[in-house]
Design a protein around this ligand. Structure first.
Ligand code: GDP
Ligand code: GDP
Length: 448
């Protein structure tokens, strides 16, 4: 049974990079086939005891399509030759994979153990690809044809060792993968899109004008005038940036009282349209609930985040002291966001904004290869194992990064993980890999 534990509210639509599990008896050529499928581009991940010992995941790419290949290592029937051990492994494959490849040694033919696995695989509705391996030449193809009798459809003859038939197999795998996930979003070209948001009077218009390098005419809103969402194109640090939905700011359309709801919708729209948000806070004032709401909007929308403390010219030593404590207390959940202390009035440190935006966007788009990630999680869990619950600890089978913008991770496990342990993993992910300026999410797919 698969159960999703979703760590952030916006993550419900996350689709993992599709997983292809390679199963079969030992020595049928699974590892050779996996190396063939990934083009031997990645070093073999070291066999660290405890975690990914018998399940190693690799990133693969074929015709521009990414997927994860899991080498399940091989099952052994137990001492009495019963199928229990086979069942356990096949079940893991069935529950965590999108496509299952059953490898059979065509030179040996289907054994009892193979047939036991076939019976289990018959019960899944997931696509199963039957691979007849060690078909090294045309003469051996009849060995493959015999495997039609297993009832899993057409056996695909390959020679994992020599590469024969492996391109065709990759095409077949690709055909069976689920629909393309849109996890990475639409990558638009052109200037990076920035939302400049914050509660009224924090200095959004002032900062925008400062960044644009000119004092814009202050125009009061005229009743009945519709203000279209218009973006401002501003060059900072030799790069063009698109500040989205700033028409209202540029024209200094002052919202009438009681329109906080609309202001919030406006913020939402700007954040959605942007890749990165600058949340402006008033450094001279305590961090308010309204500030927190704006910050949450950005995090929940999964956008990169830079926090700018404006009106720094008003900050004296006393205020600085209190502000430090306030930050520790109020911004604990987003310590990962870069902070800049600016003054729209004097122009102080506004040049630091562009580098902060770049940092946040880089964190938002960071991707860790599956091999590296599994080596990392393996070491982490060895150093600090999951606490034992009801006599046993859930095992992490493997970990994969399912997407970027923002980074999303999926942990495949043999049981539910404590939320505390997931937070520990997130904390260490950030310590070891950065992801500065970006929310990240971790989804657990647990086999109960
Ligand atoms: P695994 O235990 O299923 O992962 O099997 P391996 O990939 O370790 O392969 C077992 C043995 O079969 C090795 O000696 C491989 O060289 C050999 N082998 C794998 N694929 C082929 C193949 O296509 N043809 C031949 N002749 N030997 C193969
Ligand atoms: P908005 O509502 O967020 O667009 O804020 P405004 O840009 O209209 O600024 C609100 C008020 O704060 C105005 O009176 C600004 O002159 C003032 N203000 C903006 N930035 C600064 C700053 O850096 N320092 C000081 N002292 N005042 C500022």
């Amino acid at each position: 049974m698969t159960d999703d534990l979703t760590m952030t509210a916006d993550d419900t639509t996350t689709t993992a990079a599709p997983v292809v599990a390679v199963v079969g008896r030992p020595n049928v050529g699974k590892s050779t086939l996996v190396n063939r499928l990934i083009g031997r581009r990645q070093a073999v991940v070291e066999d660290t005891p405890g975690v990914t010992r018998d399940r190693i995941a690799y990133d693969a790419i074929w015709n521009g399509r990414r997927f994860t290949v899991v080498d399940t290592g091989g099952w052994e029937p137990d001492a009495e030759g019963r199928a229990a051990a086979i069942a356990a492994q096949a079940e893991v494959a069935i529950s965590t994979a999108d496509v299952i490849i059953l490898v059979i040694d065509a030179q040996v033919g289907a054994t009892d153990a193979d047939e036991a696995a076939v019976r289990i695989l018959h019960r899944t509705r997931k696509p199963v690809i039957l691979v007849a391996n060690k078909v090294d030449d045309t003469r051996a193809e009849s060995d493959a044809a015999v495997l039609w009798s297993l009832g899993l459809g057409e056996p695909y003859p390959v020679s994992a060792l020599h590469g024969r038939g492996s391109g065709d197999l990759l095409d077949i795998i690709q055909d069976r993968l689920p629909e393309l996930p849109s996890a990475d979003g639409d990558i638009e070209s052109g200037p990076r899109r920035v939302a400049l948001v914050g509660r009224p009077n924090v200095g959004k218009s002032s900062l925008l004008n400062r960044l644009a390098g000119e004092d814009r005419v202050v125009v009061d809103s005229v009743a009945g005038t519709t203000v279209d969402p218009v973006d401002s194109l501003i060059e900072l640090d030799d790069e063009d940036w698109r500040f989205v939905d700033t028409a209202g700011l540029r024209k200094r359309v002052k919202q009438a009282s009681g329109t906080e709801f609309y202001a919030s919708l406006r913020t939402q729209a700007a954040v959605e349209a942007a890749e990165v948000a600058v949340v402006l806070l008033d450094a001279a004032e305590p961090i308010s609930e309204q500030d927190q709401r704006v910050l949450s909007q950005v995090v929940e929308a999964g956008r990169a985040l830079v926090i700018a403390f404006n009106k720094w010219d008003l900050v004296d030593d006393d205020r600085r002291h209190y502000l430090t404590r306030e930050i520790e207390r109020e911004l604990r959940r987003i310590t990962w966001a870069p902070r800049v202390n600016v003054s729209a009035l004097t122009g102080r440190a506004v040049a630091k904004l562009a580098p902060a935006l770049r940092t946040a966007l880089a964190g938002w788009e960071q991707r860790i290869p599956t091999g590296e990630l599994n080596q990392w999680i393996s070491g982490l869990i060895q150093a600090r194992p999951h606490p034992i619950r009801g006599g046993k600890a859930p095992k992490v089978l493997f970990m994969t990064q399912a997407g970027i913008r923002p980074p999303k991770f999926v942990l495949f496990t043999s049981g539910q993980l404590d939320p505390q342990y997931i937070r520990f993993i997130e904390r260490r992910l950030r310590e070891d890999f950065g992801f500065t300026g970006s929310p990240i999410s971790i989804t657990v797919k647990a086999r109960e």
